[in-house]
Structures are given as C-alpha cells and as structure tokens.
Write a protein that binds this ligand. Structure first.
Ligand code: NI
Length: 178
C-alpha cells in the first residue's frame, strides 16, 4: 500500500472524463487499496481515481460510524464504473474537496440516489443511499466526469474559506473528504 499524491484544482487531470474499467484485475485492486489509504491519511471521506491522476472510473468512500450524526452507520465502498440510475429530491448542503483544500460552498444535490456499479470482485452491484452519503456519492461520480463541486454552486456568495481546524474534522471538510 502507498499514499498517493492528490491532484489539486487547476491540474487538467481533474477535468478529463475518466475511462470505464473493462475488468477489475490486481492492478485495479492495488490502486483501490492505495486510494483507501490515501483517503484515510488526508483525511477524507471519499476519493476518486482522477484525484490521484488516474483517468479511470473508480472511487472509494469511507464514512465512519457516528460521522453524519449520532448513531449513523459506517459506510465503506469501492465502486467501479458507477452510474446513477435513479435520483430523487433536491437538497442544499455544503461540500469541500481534497483537491480544493480550504474551500467550501453550498451545492444542490439529489436527496436519494440508486447507483449501479461493479465491485472489486467484478460482480454487479446496486446500492441506494440518501442524505449526506448520497451527496458524497454524487460528488465522487462528478469527479469521474471532470466536474468539481464549485462548478455546481448556484449561489456563489456561499463559497468561503474554511478555517484549517474545521477543515480537518468538520462534516464540511469531511466532504472535502473527497
Ligand atoms: Ni472532491
């Protein structure tokens, strides 16, 4: 395992449309393991392959237990070729991004999403999430299409700098998780 360098805003690699992965092999599994380690080290709650300079449709998520609210479960995911197949509702919430450290802004997202993907065992899977975790998943899928959260901010006056202490642990920078 290894901690990878995180690509920052302004780097054209964040703006490419990432390629589908034909088959999950050991090199992809190794990349996913390194991405998990990099995400935990950052620390963040999500990380997409383009953020480590790899133009592939893969992301990892780790939301610790009690992170979203008291009693919320842990969510740990590795999704390959994810696609949103159903999205409902619309909610506003603040996001951050490991590729845009120190900044946050309010982004509209679907409240509930159903996502199809394949797992590291090459098997198809379908998951449903809502609220904050659904937001993380939409943020990560955007990275695979070269879209950053700042692109989606509708009210530009909500864009603000996050004090470094909050950044490390607040739910906002949690999102910066990715
Ligand atoms: Ni991000």
């Amino acid at each position: 395992m290894a901690i990878l360098d995180i690509v920052l805003e302004g780097d054209p690699r964040l703006r490419q449309k990432a390629h589908r992965i034909r088959t999950v092999d050991d090199s992809i599994r190794r990349l996913a393991a390194d991405m998990h380690e990099t995400m935990l080290d950052a620390p963040g709650v999500g990380l997409a392959a383009p953020q480590v300079g790899i133009p592939l449709r893969l992301f990892v998520v780790h939301v610790p237990e009690n992170y979203v609210e008291e009693g919320s479960p842990e969510t740990t995911l590795t999704l390959v070729n994810p696609e949103i197949v159903k999205a409902q509702g619309r909610v506003l919430g603040y996001e951050g991004c490991l590729s845009i450290p120190g900044w946050t802004g309010e982004v509209p997202r679907s409240d509930r999403v159903t996502i199809k993907a394949i797992g590291l065992d090459n098997r198809p899977l379908k998951i449903k999430h809502e609220g904050w975790v659904a937001r993380v998943l939409q943020h990560e899928i955007d990275h695979l299409d070269g879209v950053l959260f700042l692109d989606r901010v509708e009210d530009r006056s909500t864009i603000q700098e996050v004090p470094e202490t909050e950044e490390a642990e607040g739910p906002v920078e949690a999102l910066s998780a990715d």
